[in-house]
Design a protein. Structure first.
Length: 227
C-alpha cells in the first residue's frame, strides 16, 4: 500500500511542472516568490511583481527596488545586501508597501536560507502574501474594542470575556492590581453570597441557550464594601 501511494505521488509530481502550478498558487493565494543569491542578485516571480504593482518589463529585481516600495515607517534601515541575505532581515514579518499608483497593501513575508553542496548559504528564498483584507478586519475589530473600552470607562464599568465553564478569561480595561480577583472563577467569591447561586445559574442558562448573560449582584470591593 505504501509503495502504491508513493508511486501515485510521483505520478502526480511528474504530471505537472512548476510553470503550470506556480501561477495558479500565486493567483489563488495572492502570493509571490523571490530568490536572492549571496551577492544580492534577485529574481522575482510574476506574482511578486504583481504584489508590488510593478511591470516585469520595466522593473529590475533588487532589494533597493523592494525597499523603495515599503512604507517609510516599516523600512529596515540601512543594511548591505550581504547583511540582508545572511540575517534575513528584509521581507520578514508584516509590513506595508506603496504601489506606484499610490495604493497601500499589507504584506506578510517569510524567508528561508538554502544551503549549497558545501553546507554554506547558497541563496535565500522568500514568500510574500497579500494580507490586506485580514489587516482591515483586525483594524476594525481593534477600533471597535477601543470604543467599548472607552464607553466602559466613561460608565465606570469593566469589560470582561468569559468561558463556557464560568471563568473570566480576560479583562479588557482593568487595572492590573485592582481587578486580578475577577479572573478565572475567583469572581464568584466576590459576589455576595445571597446572589452567587443566581449568578452561576444564569451563566449556565446563557451558555446553553446562547442568550445574553444579564444579572444584577453585589460585588465585594477591595475595601470590603459591596457595590
Amino acid at each position: 500500500m505504501a509503495c502504491d501511494q508513493e508511486l501515485t505521488l510521483l505520478d502526480f509530481e511528474g504530471s505537472i511542472s512548476l510553470a503550470d502550478i506556480l501561477p495558479f498558487i500565486e493567483e489563488k493565494l495572492s502570493a509571490g516568490l523571490w530568490r536572492s543569491d549571496v551577492a544580492g542578485q534577485m529574481q522575482w516571480s510574476r506574482g511578486f511583481y504583481e504584489l508590488l504593482g510593478l511591470d516585469p518589463r520595466l522593473a529590475t529585481p533588487s532589494y533597493t527596488e523592494i525597499e523603495r516600495r515599503i512604507h517609510p515607517d516599516d523600512r529596515s534601515g540601512t543594511r548591505s545586501c550581504g547583511e540582508r541575505v545572511s540575517n534575513r532581515l528584509l521581507l520578514e514579518g508584516e509590513f506595508r508597501i506603496i504601489r506606484p499608483n499610490g495604493t497601500l497593501r499589507w504584506i506578510y513575508g517569510r524567508t528561508e536560507t538554502l544551503l549549497d553542496a558545501a553546507g554554506k548559504p547558497g541563496c535565500v528564498l522568500g514568500l510574500a502574501l497579500d494580507i490586506t483584507e485580514k489587516r482591515k478586519l483586525l483594524d476594525a475589530l481593534k477600533i471597535e474594542a477601543e470604543r467599548y473600552c472607552a464607553l466602559a470607562q466613561i460608565a465606570g464599568g469593566l469589560l470582561w470575556t468569559g468561558s463556557s465553564d464560568g471563568g473570566v478569561t480576560a479583562l479588557s480595561n482593568a487595572k492590573e492590581t485592582e481587578h486580578q480577583g475577577y479572573l478565572a472563577k475567583d469572581w464568584v467569591d466576590l459576589v455576595h453570597e445571597e446572589e452567587r447561586d443566581t449568578a452561576l445559574r444564569e451563566w449556565a442558562v446563557s451558555v446553553k441557550t446562547e442568550e445574553p448573560y444579564n444579572v444584577e449582584c453585589r460585588l465585594r470591593q477591595p475595601d470590603g464594601a459591596y457595590r
